[in-house]
Design a protein around this ligand. Structure first.
Ligand code: TIU
Length: 216
């Protein structure tokens, strides 16, 4: 069974039981002019994840291992969006790439470079966590997945929420530092520290070249 250098200690995994989770690599979070930028964020902090994630996706596909993409967003009538989230603005409003974070809109979909391949699972989620109000738990159960390699954006928001949800459900999570991104360098640094602190309170942290070396 492969074992890789990670914080706080080596991460051991059975590839066939390990899914790659790619969280919310959506145009509205990553592209200039999108929702993320409209909130005053520096989107260039996120785009650096695209290249290493492309390489990782290619390797995961070549190895025939499970891949799950997620997208944060809402039904066109916004009936699945809590009033508290709506009240903070943005969601459902007209943005540069269609209605913001509404399913079916251009901005809601995944950036071209990381588009899901034919047959790959895409989980649409209304919340920050990928387990809340989705079919993810059933999907993982059916696939026989016990460990997750977690990537995507943003580190301290949807990545953290999902890792915390997964941790409580008994999944071991490896978070890849170069494949997760935050608009805020400070949150990126501390967000990763928080995963591996206290003996790996939420999981493990490594980078994608380290993981790729173990797959080949
Ligand atoms: N996917 C995700 O992290 N959703 C966010 O709204 N993130 C922000 O950092 N705003």
């Amino acid at each position: 069974m492969p074992s890789i250098n990670a914080l706080p200690n080596p991460f051991t995994f059975e590839p066939a039981e390990t899914a790659l989770l790619v969280i919310d690599m959506q145009r509205d979070f990553l592209l200039p002019g999108g929702f993320g930028e409209s909130l005053g964020n520096d989107v260039s902090q996120l785009s650096r994840t695209i290249e290493p994630l492309s390489a990782l996706l290619a390797a995961w596909r070549a190895a025939g291992l499970p891949i799950i993409h997620t997208r944060e967003g809402h039904l066109p009538d916004l009936s699945d969006c809590p009033p508290s989230k709506l009240a903070r603005g943005g969601i459902g409003e007209k943005g540069a790439f269609g209605r913001i974070l509404v399913r079916g809109e251009y901005g809601h979909d995944i950036v071209d470079e990381l588009a899901p391949a034919e047959g790959e699972i895409v989980v649409d989620k209304p919340g920050k966590g990928a387990f809340y109000a989705t079919e993810l738990a059933e999907i993982l159960e059916k696939l026989g997945v016990t460990k997750l390699v977690v990537t995507g954006v943003t580190t301290e928001v949807c990545v953290h929420t999902t890792v915390r949800e997964a941790n409580d459900r008994g999944y071991d999570c490896l978070v890849l530092s170069d494949c997760v991104g935050s608009y805020f360098p400070e949150f990126q640094r501390v967000g990763l520290q928080m995963i591996a602190a206290q003996g790996g309170i939420f999981g493990w942290v490594a980078d994608s070249p380290t993981l790729l070396a173990a797959l080949s």
